[in-house]
Design a protein around this ligand. Structure first.
Ligand SMILES: [Zn+2]
Ligand SMILES: [Zn+2]
Length: 141
């Protein structure tokens, strides 16, 4: 066993840094309109980790929005540079969704699903070779 973390990352300005000490539980791309607005582009690429496996350093600001599932999705971002860093969802307690673009080495990212594909803009390309869900599929049991 090595002590190397699974991954490290930081926001654009470097004020928020994180270390991830375990492999992702789930990886997905989300085209919901909230993710489009929060990211300023067509989708978010998210890797979900056990919250206990992620150490975050630096202040974040956050914005909580209620998703159509009724769950509250709190998106954390750097107050200085605005990078989206991670999110938490009341439907997934103990899990954090890391915005993969802020991860230093992210070649391991392999989305297992595309969610809210019904909201995918015609100009944004994500794989249709993996399961695509019109909205949010029910959580795995
Ligand atoms: Zn920053
Ligand atoms: Zn979304």
């Amino acid at each position: 066993m090595s002590n190397e973390p699974f991954a490290t990352g930081h926001c654009l300005c470097g004020a928020v840094t994180y270390t991830i000490n375990g492999a992702p539980m789930r990886m997905a791309q989300c085209h919901c309109k909230d993710c489009q607005r929060a990211s300023g582009t067509g989708h978010m690429s998210l890797a979900f980790f056990k919250a206990n496996d992620v150490e975050i350093a630096g202040e974040t600001a956050s914005y909580a929005a209620t998703a159509d599932s009724g769950n509250v999705n709190t998106r954390h971002f750097c107050p200085k540079c605005g990078s989206r860093v991670f999110g938490e969802n009341t439907g997934r307690p103990g899990v954090v969704g890391i915005a993969v673009g802020c991860v230093d080495e992210n070649d391991w990212f392999a989305p297992e699903a595309v969610v809210y594909a019904a909201s995918r803009p015609g100009w944004d390309v994500t794989s249709e070779e993996i399961p695509n869900f019109e909205t949010m599929p029910p959580p795995p049991k």
